[in-house]
Design a protein around this ligand. Structure first.
Ligand SMILES: C[S@@+](CC[C@H](N)C(=O)[O-])C[C@H]1O[C@@H](n2cnc3c(N)ncnc32)[C@H](O)[C@@H]1O
Length: 288
């Protein structure tokens, strides 16, 4: 619900504060701009020419919802929530009653909902460029405010208001993250690591994870954000049947690179179940 996060949101054109109008059917800024809240509960906050990147389409979002609801990535969601807890244990003063979290590229809201369930009183902005994702995000948790916005543009968020930003397999904007984070806030990033889903690469022809992803992410953040401690490797086996594998491929960038008919043929040649490695690095970054 947007009312929980309204004190964090800003006009994307000029960063003046937003407030709810007409029973939160629209948000208005101090400079007079108005943004309609969609009937599904999300708001699009974009200035000028609007949003350039579309993000995941409806089929990818549906595949993601199917796969995540089966619990295969539970160790990833636990790791992200644990890291947010650690950040708050180390940085939050007792006066902060409603810690504020932004998840960028929040997809279906699976990760942010779990974290909000676990961190008492916390509120969360789920931000994504994908409208199909925003529709699910708006319903994912009562303390999520769903925002359609592009992380590559200026974020529609006030300066220095967030206690944590989480990014799970999604794009980052270090300069903007540094602007919107509180001075002691941190970013928690989960990045796919080489070896992730390796057992599926040859049989299905899916894209591989390039080497040095975490190192590049840290380099690109230099000047704005610096790592806190060493990245943590999270690796576990998953037992997947063919439908789960199809959902996994459907939610990944490979969905746009493999012809659906070819994919169906390759999937039908797989055994009934496979053990597949999930592997990612979790990195915490603070303002530098
Ligand atoms: C691989 S998915 C990860 C979704 C979610 N974090 C999860 O793990 O379930 C990447 C997400 O980033 C979103 N995305 C892609 N480009 C974006 C951008 N420029 N700004 C905001 N979100 C973006 C996509 O729509 C998609 O929901």
């Amino acid at each position: 619900m947007l009312n929980h996060v309204i004190d964090l949101l800003a006009d994307p054109a000029d960063l003046t504060p937003l407030s709810g109008a007409d029973d939160f059917s629209r948000l208005v800024s101090e400079s007079g701009h108005s943004f309609d809240v969609a009937k599904q509960g999300y708001v699009t906050l974009a200035a000028g020419a609007g949003i350039k990147h579309q993000g995941d389409d409806a089929a990818m979002v549906a595949a993601r919802e199917t796969f995540l609801s089966q619990g295969h990535f539970a160790p990833f969601v636990e790791a992200v929530t644990d890291a947010v807890h650690e950040v708050f244990d180390e940085t939050l003063s007792d006066e902060v009653r409603t810690p504020a979290i932004l998840e960028v590229g929040a997809g279906t809201g699976y990760y942010l909902s779990h974290t909000l369930d676990d961190v008492e009183g916390a509120v969360g902005i789920g931000l994504d460029t994908s409208v199909p994702a925003a529709k699910l995000l708006a319903k994912a948790h009562p303390r999520i405010g769903a925002v359609v916005a592009d992380v590559w543009q200026r974020l529609p968020i006030r300066n220095n208001v967030l206690n944590a930003i989480t990014v799970v397999f999604a794009p980052r904007n270090p300069a903007e993250f540094a602007r919107v984070l509180a001075d002691d806030g941190q970013v928690v990033v989960l990045t796919a690591d080489p070896g992730h889903l390796d057992e599926l690469r040859d049989p299905l022809g899916i894209l591989s994870v390039e080497d040095g992803k975490v190192e590049r992410m840290i380099e690109q953040a230099a000047g704005y954000l610096a790592p806190v401690g060493d990245p943590e490797l999270i690796e576990f086996p998953m037992t997947l049947d063919r439908d789960s594998i199809a959902a996994q491929v459907g939610m990944s960038p490979s969905a746009r690179h493999i012809d659906p008919a070819d994919l169906a043929v390759r999937l039908s040649a797989l055994p009934d179940t496979m053990t597949v490695t999930a592997r990612a690095q979790l990195t915490r970054l603070a303002k530098s």
